[in-house]
Design a protein around this ligand. Structure first.
Ligand SMILES: [Zn+2]
Length: 551
């Protein structure tokens, strides 16, 4: 009797792989100490880890002297619409990001209001020329998949989208019918694979929503095992109460809750020490709460968030009418000069109240392109007017679209969060390409640089965390918090999202003067087993996938 050898398909003949990553120091994303092992990849997945020096493969990459880590996971991007303009996601891939979560701060690509996107805090000028042919996430995901995606993409659904679709930009509570519509839209987004709900309580119409509305929608999300994230209502004097509101949604809806960029502005610098203690005590009683932070002291958002939220009642057109009315302008300015950030909107309103115009810069504009990159102290001089009036006039001239940058948070607070068990690290940026509309203005360098900057500045230069801890934050921790399965760790069976970089040379290339430059020291980026960066060069692999919430 003859015994046949067991059948083995050619593609998984032992020792013959697609790619071998040899001789590197592997940080597997769990925080475990680095190990000198090889990795084999086959059909987009990691299939073997160990001594593979005798194995053969179609491609071999020698990682001697380099770190081999999981692809970085950016749990907070605003690439929702920039990916429609340019799917290659060059600025993200180049910094090692292989998966990003969009739909943050209450704004997502879907649902649209009959093909009109909700931009919320985003700048519609940045994606001009875009044709919006989707209403829901299924259609949006199809569009991106057909175009090809440089990174994997998961998304939250924005509360702003839901509220605007159900009841417009009104500064009032929802009627029972409107609330029911919001529940339906939230449920549909979850059925299409959204990870959960995000709110942007600094950006109209977010500030108009009471806690009860967020709890109601949180309960819908909870039925699907989703989570809730929030750009909180107040990041200055009222920050403890605002974090408390996120905790209340988590606790009352019975879901995981997450405070986005939990960085306090003046006069609450240092408040993260107390906030993180609150998170610890809440977690001890069983409420699953976490937070994250951006590794810069300069933030960036829409210029109109320097205004009190009531001035945005009714949407941009109503705002522009108010900005043309001298009495209304005085009322808007008086609100900020009296209350600063305490009457809502961005924490950066405190800079206006203090007159710190040299720490607020114009990030984007069309008619005023020549003013981008300049502070409002300079812009006031150039335009021969008070900087506060310059803000209102630039908003008017630019149809309420521009972005700003402003310096108002501390490295101490960033590090408190980065070192905390629940703290994540985020870019808060966009996927960009260095040409066309996505290369205009002077946006924040984080879109090209956040993670290499974090690794160079805080890890190599300061030793603020170990490399193992730092990589864990950018990979395994991020995947676990947002329940992305088979990503964020290097183990057999996981997707082959991998970064190979030199810990001696990794560094950002972009800064505030030149925000659209690629980083250094990142040699290889694999997205689902395909090289998106090969020998330091972008390949435009578009091997990313849509990542839907797993049941
Ligand atoms: Zn954000």
């Amino acid at each position: 009797m003859t015994t046949l050898p067991p059948y083995t398909p050619a593609s998984i003949v032992p020792g013959m792989y697609d790619i071998l990553l040899l001789n590197g120091r592997v940080l597997d994303g769990t925080g475990a100490p680095a190990r000198s092992v090889d990795i084999a990849i086959e059909a987009g997945r990691i299939v073997a880890i160990g001594d593979l020096s005798t194995a053969t493969a179609t491609d071999s990459i020698d990682a001697t002297g380099k770190f081999v880590t999981p692809g970085f996971i950016d749990i907070h991007s605003h690439s929702d619409l920039t990916l429609v303009i340019a799917g290659q996601a060059s600025s993200s891939v180049a910094q090692g990001i292989t998966t990003q979560i969009a739909g943050n701060c209450g704004v997502s690509a879907a649902p649209t209001l009959d093909h009109v996107p909700y931009y919320g805090p985003l700048d519609p000028a940045m994606t001009r020329g875009m044709v919006c042919d989707w209403i829901d996430f299924d259609d949006y995901f199809d569009r991106l998949t057909n175009q090809g995606l440089g990174t994997n993409l998961a998304t939250l659904v924005g509360h702003g989208n839901i509220r605007v679709a159900a009841m417009g930009w009104e500064d009032r509570e929802a009627t029972p019918t409107e609330l029911e519509r919001m529940r339906q839209l939230t449920a549909q987004a979850m059925e299409h694979g959204s990870l959960g709900l995000s709110s942007g309580l600094a950006y109209a119409p977010g500030p108009y929503a009471p806690l009860e509305e967020l709890v109601e929608l949180g309960r819908v999300v909870g039925r699907y095992g989703g989570l809730y994230t929030s750009h909180i209502r107040n990041q200055t004097l009222g920050i403890a109460a605002a974090v408390g509101e996120v905790i209340a949604v988590g606790e009352r809806a019975g879901i995981t809750a997450h405070v986005s960029h939990m960085q306090p502005g003046s006069p609450m610098l240092g408040a993260t020490a107390d906030l993180l203690q609150t998170i610890d005590s809440v977690r001890a009683r069983g409420v699953d709460v976490s937070c994250d932070a951006i590794p810069y002291t300069i933030g960036s958002t829409t210029l109109k968030s320097l205004l009190p939220p009531w001035s945005l009642d009714g949407g941009d057109e109503a705002l522009l009418r108010r900005l043309q009315d001298p009495a209304m302008r005085d009322k808007i300015k008086a609100d900020t000069m009296t209350h600063g950030a305490e009457s809502g909107g961005s924490r950066k309103r405190n800079l206006v109240k203090e007159g710190s115009w040299d720490r607020i810069w114009l990030g984007s504009a069309e008619r005023n392109e020549h003013l981008t990159g300049k502070s409002f102290a300079e812009i006031g001089q150039i335009r021969h007017q008070d900087p506060h009036d310059a803000v209102l006039d630039v908003l008017l001239e630019e149809n309420a679209r521009p972005w700003m940058l402003a310096e108002d948070v501390s490295e101490e607070d960033f590090l408190n969060i980065a070192r905390h068990e629940t703290g994540g690290i985020i870019s808060d940026g966009f996927s960009l390409i260095p040409e066309g509309v996505l290369a205009e203005g002077k946006h924040h360098p984080r879109s090209y640089a956040a993670f290499p900057y974090f690794l160079r500045h805080f890890i190599r230069d300061q030793g603020a965390l170990t490399w193992e801890q730092a990589i864990h934050k950018l990979t395994g921790h991020a995947a676990a918090r947002f329940r992305l399965t088979d990503r964020g760790v290097l183990r057999e069976g996981a997707w082959a999202d991998v970064v190979i970089f030199d810990p001696e040379t990794i560094a950002e290339g972009a800064d505030f003067d030149n925000p659209y430059r690629y980083p250094h020291g990142i040699d290889t980026v694999l997205v689902n087993g395909i090289a998106a960066v090969d020998d330091g060069r972008l390949t435009d692999s578009r091997s990313g996938r849509i990542v839907r919430r797993t049941a």
